[in-house]
Design a protein around this ligand. Structure first.
Ligand code: F55
Length: 848
């Protein structure tokens, strides 16, 4: 019966049916079978890599059963589905996550042990699925985990890049990029669906045709180049449920039936080149975060992905439905940033050109289907595509965009007659030097909801970049959904010891708190329990040891796990202000040197002036981002000087961990005492690593920006170290810099002098970084926040005491760590997904 849905059968029973992962003997049997039949090897020559592949296949067998059942049940139920369109899914590793979500980790660890392998070593073999740049891509990965875990019917759609985000090496202190060919070995987690082949056309021309059925003229687009989209599907198992959704990532393949002679005069070489051109489409992820470069191949990627996904969605709809008015009761499409905005145009094209709907009727359906998430207010990150390029690549779509704009502007004119200025401000077509399509405006006009990703950010978009649209559509079109993170990966997987301690304290042996994260609140009961605080602190120390080992392995530098671990890991960007952090490190170094010169001992300095600390950095710079690369170089040269200074002992170490990625984050984040989220106020839309650090008991030093604001509200302002100018002062300060010049504080001047005199290598190498502050108006307000940053440090370091075991540390620092974790429940991506479901998608979980 239809009212019985996917998860109504007893979960425990289902689990056991799916036995291999819950039964050691069966698992061992399955493992050996996979070694012999898939890998064509035997147990005597099976290494860790082979073990990873065999184990993954054995685990996958269980996931596939849930997956097939889920899809079948969802199809029978025929309810509304959510489609999350994202050009990036920064998934990281799949195997450990599957074991955790299936609740099979202990059994499998034992079975693998019996076979002579160590689970940790086997897990290490898996390459990260690094199909994303940073926050936006990782958010999509957390969301698919939550959509499965909360029992929604939801698919992710993206591209299956052969090269993920580049690998970063640090050579002589400089970033060097190398390709991330992550599919060197076959990927056990992907299921290629070669039987599905969706044609996607590009270029060509549009002509008008008289339709004898309707007696009206009809537009026909004759494409000039065809590429085939073939899906690779990735199962997304939920935690504590059999619900297993699908992540569908497209591959571009050449068509086999193309008429080469028509375009290439039978030139064989040329025709092979055309085939290769097709596969190039999905070969590489563009490595820019928060910066749009307007490359033709990128637009081709976007259209390819959008056209294939919509074709797939509509094909599924048409199997059971005829009435187009019902589409938005069956389909919700979420646009992760403006990258998939062409989906709006494509759906309008399908409805009007192919299905014969009347324009207005079609447009209403389109608006009900789509919703758009904005991730930035920075104008350099907002997509604009030249009209010429769009017109050449997808000529019919450009016509439709003009038509959408025409009707939109007509409505605006009716509502605000005579306001020519308003019309030109909100026009989807920008009449500038290069006439272009403003993708964010198109996304707003074509959606029923637009959301920002943290309260402050959602307010800012309404009052700055999208102000006119609030006036036109009313404030109801705009909403906020504060970001979240999945506690399965970012607590249970990354920090198993802390997760276990919490499960014991909450009397929750099944880790149900991982799907009811508000339960963490009960940890507050133990904040005065000294034995508990000690246990908590011991786990942190253990995680710091693990991080110290990673640092040693990747940089050669030894850091003492007793010192304060002060971490900033995220993409390198001027607005994120790694420069502020490294300047403060230099300042500290200069002052320690002064004290040493005055004859103080390391011991005295540690006790009275500067507690011992390691400044730990990591993050990639976009390959063409000159300033970001200078920042990386400066961090590395400072490290070189400081770490080789024989006087300084463990008072200060500075390291740059190369190739920051999801699997390194899983080691770095649990090992932090303090992390930096210090963007210029109003620039970081949300941030999500702030949430990951706080959930792992690290304290935050941060500006009043993005989700820091809500984190503070939840955990209490005494448990976070906020500093710096507020978003509302930023314009005024910039104005002042511009007209009155930049005032460099004395403290920063000392730092600049040290750099200028060559203390950290050739001063010319850092000149443009320093000049951007002292001569080019310090756009990111480093000068305004520097002393406030130093003060915040002074204050917090007193509370840290001398670290692990120290009475001050246990009395002042550790309780803050516990209280942070206890109050982080709000930031689960489960909560976040429930908000999208209720306020934007209008869907409910399929029976829990
Ligand atoms: C990538 C490509 C383009 Cl063209 C533009 C932006 C990006 C990108 O990576 N953006 C990104 O990561 N944005 C971040 O999104 C996070 C999730 O919402 C936020 O937490 C973070 O503040 C924001 O910068």
């Amino acid at each position: 019966p239809l009212n019985h849905s996917v998860n109504s059968t007893n979960y425990e029973e289902k689990k056991m049916e799916n036995s291999a992962v819950y039964n050691k003997d069966k698992f061992e049997e399955s493992f050996v079978r996979h070694v012999e039949s898939d890998l064509a090897r035997n147990m005597f020559n099976c290494d860790d890599l082979g073990a990873y592949q065999a184990a993954s296949n054995a685990i996958r067998d269980s996931v596939l059963v849930d997956w097939a059942n889920t899809q079948q049940q969802q199809t029978i139920h025929d309810g509304k589905r959510v489609y999350y369109l994202s050009l990036e899914f920064l998934m990281g590793r799949a195997m450990d996550n599957a074991l955790i979500n299936l609740d099979a980790r202990d059994q499998v660890a034992e079975a693998i042990g019996n076979l002579g392998f160590n689970l940790e070593d086997v897990l290490e073999q898996e390459p990260d699925a690094a199909l994303g740049n940073g926050g936006l891509g990782r958010l999509a990965a957390c969301f698919v985990d939550s959509m499965s875990s909360r029992n929604y019917s939801a698919w992710g759609y993206g591209l299956n890049y052969q090269y993920g985000i580049f690998k970063q090496e640090i050579i002589d202190g400089y970033q060097v990029e190398t390709p991330d060919y992550w599919l060197k070995y076959s990927n056990p987690w992907e299921v290629m669906r070669s039987e599905i082949q969706i044609p996607v056309d590009f270029y060509g021309y549009v002509y008008e045709h008289y339709d004898t059925n309707t007696g009206k003229p009809k537009k026909i687009w004759q494409g000039g180049e065809r590429v085939i989209a073939v899906p690779a599907d990735f199962p997304i198992p939920g935690f504590n449920t059999t619900n297993t959704n699908n992540l569908r990532l497209w591959n571009a393949k050449p068509t086999m039936e193309f008429d080469f002679s028509k375009f290439n005069n039978g030139d064989y070489q040329q025709s092979v080149a055309a085939q290769q051109r097709a596969e190039a489409l999905t070969s590489v992820l563009y490595p820019n975060d928060n910066f749009e470069k307007g490359k033709e191949l990128r637009l081709r990627q976007q259209y390819f992905w959008v056209a294939a996904s919509l074709h797939d969605i509509i094909r599924r709809y048409k199997k059971n439905h005829k009435d187009w008015d019902n589409l938005s009761n069956q389909v919700a499409i979420q646009l992760n940033d403006t990258h998939p905005t062409l989906a709006i145009v494509e759906l309008q094209r399908i409805l009007v050109d192919l299905e014969g709907l009347e324009w207005n009727a079609a447009w209403k359906i389109v608006q009900r289907v789509f919703a758009y998430t904005n991730h930035t207010v920075m104008t350099e990150a907002l997509e604009k595509w030249p009209v010429d390029l769009v017109g050449r690549l997808i000529p019919r779509h450009l016509e439709i965009i003009y038509e959408i704009n025409y009707f939109f502007l007509k409505d605006v004119e009716a509502k605000f007659p005579g306001d020519r200025d308003l019309l030109s401000r909100v026009s989807i077509i920008e009449e500038g030097q290069v006439k272009s399509v403003r993708m964010a405006y198109l996304a707003i006009v074509g959606s029923h909801k637009v959301n920002g990703v943290a309260e402050l950010h959602s307010e800012l978009i309404k009052t700055t970049i999208f102000k006119d649209f609030v006036k036109i559509f009313g404030p109801e079109r705009f909403t906020n959904v504060t970001n979240g993170i999945t506690p399965r990966r970012w607590l249970r997987q990354a920090n198993p010891k802390l997760a276990k301690l919490i499960s014991e304290k909450l009397n929750d042996p099944k880790y149900e708190y991982l799907t009811h994260l508000g339960n963490l609140k009960k940890l507050e009961n133990f904040v005065n329990d000294e034995a508990f605080l000690k246990e908590w602190d011991d786990i942190k120390f253990d995680n710091k040891r693990k991080l110290a080992a990673l640092i040693k392995e990747t940089t050669g530098v030894e850091v003492d796990p007793n010192v304060l671990f002060d971490i900033q890991v995220k993409r390198i960007h001027e607005y994120k202000r790694q420069q502020l952090n490294i300047f403060a490190v230099i300042y500290r170094y200069l002052h320690i040197k002064k004290l040493l010169a005055e004859g103080l001992s390391v011991q005295e300095i540690a006790e009275k002036h500067y507690i011992p600390k390691a400044s730990i950095f990591g993050g990639k710079a976009a390959p063409g981002y000159y300033m970001a690369k200078i920042i990386i170089h400066l961090i590395n040269t400072v490290g070189e000087v400081v770490n080789n200074d024989p006087e300084i002992g463990n008072l200060l170490k500075v390291v740059f961990i190369p190739d920051y990625n999801v699997s390194k984050a899983e080691i770095i984040i649990p090992g932090s005492d303090l992390s930096n989220h210090i963007s210029t106020a109003g620039t970081e839309a949300s941030g999500t690593s702030n949430m990951k650090f706080a959930l792992n008991g690290g304290l935050i030093i941060g500006t009043v920006d993005g989700a820091n604001v809500e984190i503070t509200r939840e955990i209490g302002e005494e448990n976070i170290f906020l500093f710096g100018n507020l978003a509302e002062s930023v314009d005024e300060l910039r104005h002042k810099h511009y007209y009155e010049g930049v005032k460099i504080p004395e403290s920063m001047q000392e730092v600049f002098n040290a750099i200028d005199t060559g203390m950290f290598g050739l001063p010319e190498e850092f000149k443009s970084l320093l000049d951007s502050i002292r001569y080019h108006s310090d756009y990111y307000l480093a000068t305004d926040d520097f002393d406030l940053f130093l003060d915040a440090h002074k204050k917090l370091e007193k509370m840290f005491g001398l670290g692990s075991g120290d009475p001050t540390h246990l009395r002042e620092w550790v309780p803050k760590s516990v209280l942070s974790v206890a109050n982080m429940g709000f930031f689960s991506s489960d909560r976040c997904i429930d908000e999208y479901a209720e306020n934007i998608w209008d869907v409910e979980p399929l029976n829990v």
